[in-house]
Design a protein around this ligand. Structure first.
Ligand SMILES: [Zn+2]
Ligand SMILES: [Zn+2]
Length: 406
């Protein structure tokens, strides 16, 4: 099993996301099992056995779906991919990194460094993208983790309650009455001292936090699946409406992948075989839509963004650090809370800015020399380091375009 695959898997695991996620699973499961043995002895009682087996079952199913989502991955567009009919290339964006056309619904992920099929987002907790192939296992993990945590929380609370009741009634050092659900002889092997109480309380906090946080992510993913619209596609749709309204073109944008019923959308992701419908490159579209309805809209938005973006020129150097100390207090404290990169600037650089905050702007460096290989440099930089650059009529257009985008 030691091959490039194993190495790749090991690399996926070496990241703070999986380390924290697996530590939470380990702490909650181990504490829940220890507490379960104390509260409801599993070996010779039916209820205790069911309780314990269920607990084991949650752990196994959570880990199975977690590792499936991480190791199976979202599925990548094959390197050098082109659509079957060469005339369809005109409807698609080209990815310079992957040297392939971007298949409908795919996006290039900078973390994975590949074009990802039906990309939803890059999830740091699984250190991988959530997309076409792992959408079901990822969502199942998001469902099972809160359910397992609710069960574990119940055990933590019951154990602490029964143990505390004993101690408060009969003194901390001796237990006179066995309050556990199954009365038994001999008494529990595991002593429930202060440290055990602290561990249970800590695990309870973790489990409740996980239930709320992961449960919310589950609701978001169910919405994505039932509308068959990824988070990125929701954003594209919003921009489509904005673009149509701005130019008053009278077009109507219909999102092409919503099959019209929640059940049909659900069945695209969840199948009995566990393998999602289709091949991740060709997608069924609803009546009145074209196979490339969405990619054509993306191309229009890309062209529009170019028109509506504003040219800036760097007037100061900027090293590319997150919180620069030499660019003023406000710049230091208002650094954008995002994993998006910063771009280093040197005096005289030209930047095409597409969005901005009060003290920060996001844009793409305009690379003049061909030696840069056409790799785009995009990211945040302090507004203080640049000034608006008026050079030709092209820049006049976006200036009044900017009013609208506010
Ligand atoms: Zn790519
Ligand atoms: Zn990714």
């Amino acid at each position: 099993m030691v091959g490039p695959g194993a190495l790749q898997r090991a690399r996926r695991l070496c990241h703070w996301g999986p380390a924290v996620a697996l530590a939470v699973v380990a702490v909650c499961s181990a504490t829940a099992m220890a507490d379960a043995a104390l509260w409801y002895w599993p070996l010779d009682t039916a209820g205790g056995s069911v309780n314990f087996v269920m607990l084991l079952n949650w752990t196994v199913m959570i880990l199975y779906n977690y590792f499936s989502a991480m190791f199976v991955g979202p599925g990548y567009v094959p390197l050098g991919w082109t659509p079957e009919k060469s005339q369809d290339c005109m409807y698609l964006q080209y990815c310079k990194v992957c040297q392939s056309y971007k298949a409908p619904r795919s996006h290039h992920c900078r973390k994975c460094n590949r074009c990802v099929m039906k990309m939803d987002h890059h999830c740091p907790w699984i250190n991988n993208c959530c997309g076409y192939q792992n959408h079901a296992s990822f969502t199942l993990f998001l469902l099972l983790a809160p359910l397992g945590c609710i069960h574990a929380s119940f055990i933590f609370i019951m154990t602490m309650y029964t143990q505390l009741y004993n101690r408060i009634s009969f003194g901390w050092s001796s237990v006179k009455i066995d309050m556990s659900a199954a009365k038994r002889d001999p008494r529990p092997i595991i002593p429930f001292g202060l440290s055990a109480f602290a561990a249970s309380l800590f695990a309870l906090g973790l489990a409740l936090g996980t239930t709320i946080a992961v449960g919310m992510l589950f609701i978001i993913q169910m919405k994505v699946i039932l509308t068959n619209k990824t988070s990125i596609e929701s954003w594209i749709e919003e921009k489509a409406k904005d673009r149509i309204q701005y130019y008053q073109t009278g077009e109507t944008f219909i999102f092409p992948y919503d099959m019209g019923s929640k059940w049909k959308n659900f069945r695209q992701v969840f199948t009995w075989s566990g393998i999602p419908e289709g091949d991740g490159l060709d997608w069924p579209v609803r009546d009145g839509c074209h196979q490339y309805s969405l990619t054509i809209e993306q191309l229009k938005q890309k062209a529009d963004k170019r028109v509506r973006s504003v040219r800036y020129r760097a007037i100061e150097d900027y090293s590319g650090v997150c919180c620069p100390v030499t660019k003023g207090v406000k710049t230091f404290f208002t650094t954008p809370c995002t994993e998006e990169p910063r771009i280093a600037l040197s005096k005289g650089d030209l930047i095409l800015a597409t969005r901005g905050l009060k003290h920060w702007m996001y844009g793409e460096k305009i690379l003049i020399s061909a030696a840069d290989g056409g790799i785009r440099e995009r990211g945040w930089f302090p507004r203080k380091c640049v000034e608006k650059y008026q050079c030709d009529s092209e820049t006049d257009q976006p200036v009044d375009g900017e009013k609208k985008s506010k």
